[in-house]
Design a protein around this ligand. Structure first.
Ligand code: C2O
Ligand code: CU
Ligand code: CU
Length: 507
């Protein structure tokens, strides 16, 4: 039997029909059984199932959720304490081996993707690996990422939007020795905030797309939930907190700031800590992007409140209000909250005054500036044009094809490349949060920036492109060959085909 490396050689250049129709012979079947040779440090089960959750006052809401169970390791690894629909928070140390048994108890196919993690292609949760109702998939990988805030969610083709919207998502937090050596807030002072927007009908049922044109702007809910709760309020003491913020929304963009006008102290982005803290009046966070904030409530008094808000962002015709989605976006609840509208996100209420000796470190970690000279294509970036074309999401004029890669989507293991994403704008002019699987990249620069509030610093896996913008990224293809995805993380766009494979060819 040929292995996939040999197959690619035989197939040669051109549009390569990797595995198409022959998956059984050329690719290992979905991992349904554990590998006895793999010795996990942490082992758990995640079951995706239909359940009920009390989100709003009154009737419970039917949700789709991940239920976790720890099989090996201590309780720290699996924090299922929350009563929300979100999946449990998985916590691991860099270098640990993890085995996760995924049970699909949903009424349709699904697969889990580990967003931001650097794992082998067969463990990445590619849509070709979906499993049917009642089936099981076993993930086994070593955690190689830096300490940081990653997450997991479903990735079946054309159904990611509705499945995530239904409630399927959770955090995957990695720590390492370098992070542990810093005196950062820990335990209850290390607070994840997953921001999502939802619309409820009069019976508290979740309302997803009500008009097909809404898919153009992407789904926009009229209520902001944090950690699965509406009007999120958290009691805090007067000391520093580490806020790990994930924009877990399908399409909504946030422009986060403190209501009282003091700046945000940003310490991390998608792939972990920045080299040093950044002070910003506000930060624009596109879908799937993460930001970590040092929030020091010192100096406030008992009963005082600090509010994290999303400030108005003038997205004009992109807001869903006057764009192609138009007023159709005014869903069941009646009220419509356009993209870019201002609102409160989270309230922090001082429950008591307490002294703390924690100081914001001036230096968080060390990483060198990207050296473009080491890129194989430094003078000719690999370009990707992103557009919406007759209700189809296209990248270089191609829609998603399950197992295909074009010859300009093949890269070589062990090399570095400059990639350029280009949002042409045009009609319809839409923002596209672009995400690449399998690695963390660095943003080299942005051309034609419409705003100044992007968080492009640090290690990234998702970068927001407004219409007319282009970004250059430095990519490193390390450790794993195989088929990986890159796509728009506006989940409605992704489901409309704004997704492609790239293939890392063994050198
Ligand atoms: Cu967050 Cu391809 O996914
Ligand atoms: Cu991903
Ligand atoms: Cu998009």
């Amino acid at each position: 039997m040929l292995n996939r490396r040999e197959f690619l050689h035989l197939a040669g250049a051109g549009t390569v029909g990797l595995l198409a129709g022959q998956a059984g012979g050329l690719w290992p079947m979905p991992h349904a059984v554990a590998d006895v040779g793999f010795k996990p440090d942490v082992e758990l089960t995640l079951k995706a199932t239909v359940s009920e959750n009390a989100i709003m006052p009154g009737q419970p809401t039917l949700v789709w959720t991940y239920q976790g169970r720890l099989l090996k390791g201590d309780a720290w690894h699996l924090d299922g304490s929350g009563s929300s629909y979100l999946g449990p928070t998985i916590r691991v140390r860099r270098g640990q081996k993890v085995r996760i048994h995924f049970d699909n108890d949903l009424p349709e196919e699904s697969i889990i993707h580990w967003h931001g993690l650097h794992v082998p292609a067969e463990m990445d949760g590619h849509p070709r690996d979906v499993i049917a109702t009642g089936r099981k998939f076993v993930y086994e990988f070593e955690v190689r990422n830096r300490a940081g805030t990653y997450w997991y969610h479903p990735h079946p083709h054309a159904r990611t939007g509705p499945q995530v919207y239904g409630g399927l998502a959770g955090l995957f937090i990695v720590t390492d020795d370098e992070e542990q050596s810093l005196m950062l807030p820990r335990d209850e002072f290390d607070l994840p905030l997953v921001i999502q927007d939802r619309t409820f009908d009069e019976n508290n049922g979740l309302v997803y797309l009500t008009h097909h044109m809404e898919r153009m702007t992407g789904f926009l809910g009229n209520r902001i939930l944090v950690n699965g709760q509406p009007r999120y309020t958290h009691k805090v003491v007067t000391r520093p907190y580490r806020l790990r913020i994930l924009n877990g929304s399908n399409s909504r963009i946030y422009n986060l700031a403190w209501a009282d006008g003091r700046p945000l102290t940003v310490i991390g982005s998608d792939g972990g800590l920045l080299s040093s803290p950044l002070v910003r009046p506000s930060v624009i966070l596109g879908p799937a992007e993460r930001m970590e904030v040092w929030a020091d409530f010192n100096g406030m008094g008992k009963g005082d409140e600090a509010t994290l808000v999303s400030r108005e962002l003038d997205l004009g015709p992109l807001s869903g209000m006057t764009g192609p989605g138009g007023m159709h976006g005014a869903t069941a609840g009646g009220r419509f909250l356009p993209n870019g509208a201002p609102f409160a996100v989270a309230r922090f209420e001082i429950s008591h005054v307490e002294k703390s000796s924690l100081r914001l470190p001036g230096q968080l970690t060390e990483f060198s500036p990207e050296d473009t000279d080491r890129a194989a294509n430094r003078n000719a970036p690999r370009q990707f044009h992103i557009a919406m074309n007759h209700m189809r999401g296209v990248i270089n004029n191609r829609v998603f094809e399950m197992t295909r890669v074009a010859d300009d989507e093949v890269v070589t293991l062990g090399t570095r490349e400059v990639w350029e994403f280009i949002n042409r704008g045009g009609m319809p002019a839409l923002p596209h949060p672009m995400h690449v699987h399998g690695l963390q990249f660095r943003v080299l620069g942005r051309l034609g920036a419409l705003y100044s509030g992007y968080l492009d610093e640090g290690w990234k896996d998702t970068v927001l492109l407004m219409p007319g913008e282009r970004v250059r990224l430095m990519m490193r293809f390390e450790d794993y060959d195989g088929l990986f995805l890159y796509h728009c993380h506006n989940l409605e766009h992704e489901d409309m085909g704004m997704m492609r494979n790239y293939y890392v060819r063994a050198a």
